[in-house]
Design a binder for this molecule. Structure first.
Ligand code: PGA
Length: 262
């Protein structure tokens, strides 16, 4: 696993945007797995800037988002469909038919069928080249909450109280807050060619430490990334503050940077 510790959230967004832009410039038809939440917003702003500068185009890029709430419509501003339009898609040249989010309601289909169809769509697109992840303070990735099966696929999950509490800041008092979501599974995430997990802020430090240095455990779903062959954790100082081996990760980074220069 590659663990990169950077000064602040700005540097995290810059490096992750650079990784994505390098991939798209190498493979204009890249398939990206995208995440919602507060963490990737700065990354999306960087990608929009690169697009506006004319150095990056999403014209042939295909995207699949990790998850969507159940119980609100895609037009609801709280939905992840609306989030993605607002924070990224409306400001870049992605073709609308190339961006996918889990659909939660489809007439005449069970949620299992809807989940299986999402997996099928990812496979038909050739699989995900690069998956962007955030991490919950409880170690979730997507909405794979603690105790999620490590071999799970796209399905309905019930959110934990911790996640509901973490996200409560985004809802007005009295506003309906979903407690169910359709989410890609842990096995779906592990299928991607490359993963970058972004974490910023001290509230993520415990989960980041459990994911990287803890045991492989369903109680920290992000620890499943220990099984992935090309995963990069891009962290700010605060999110990395509980890592026991942080000196080693910084040392590896310095060595890698000097090798890249030569
Ligand atoms: P956040 O959420 O970026 O809003 O902290 C991350 C997550 O829950 O995956």
């Amino acid at each position: 696993m590659e663990v990169i510790i950077l000064e602040d959230s700005h540097a995290v967004a810059t490096l992750s945007a650079q990784r994505i832009s390098d991939l798209i410039n190498k493979k204009p038809t890249a398939v990206l797995g995208l995440a919602t939440g507060s963490t990737p917003i700065a990354l999306y702003q960087k990608l929009i800037s690169l697009y506006q500068q004319g150095t990056l185009s999403f014209r042939h890029v295909v995207t699949f988002n990790l998850d969507e709430y159940i119980g609100i419509s895609p037009n609801n501003p709280q939905s992840y469909h609306a989030f993605m339009k607002r924070e990224l898609f409306d400001s870049i040249d992605i073709q609308p038919h190339n961006s996918h989010l889990p659909t939660c309601e489809r007439a005449g289909e069970t949620s299992c069928q809807v989940g299986a169809a999402y997996e099928q769509a990812i496979a038909e697109a050739g699989g995900i080249d690069l998956q962007v992840l955030g991490i919950g303070s409880n170690g979730h990735i997507g909405f794979n909450e603690p105790s999620s099966s490590l071999v799970s696929r796209t399905r309905v999950k019930t959110l934990t109280q911790a996640t509901v509490n973490d996200n409560n800041r985004l809802f007005e008092e009295g506003e309906f807050q979903p407690r169910l979501a359709m989410t890609m599974g842990i096995a779906s995430i592990l299928d991607s060619q490359q993963v970058i997990l972004l974490a910023t802020g001290a509230q993520k430090a415990r989960a980041v430490c459990n994911a990287i240095e803890g045991p492989l455990s369903a109680m920290c779903p992000a620890s499943a990334l220990q099984l992935h062959k090309q995963v990069t954790f891009i962290l700010d100082e605060a999110a990395a503050s509980k890592l026991e081996n942080h000196h080693y990760y910084r040392w590896v980074r310095r060595i890698n940077e000097s090798l890249e220069k030569n």
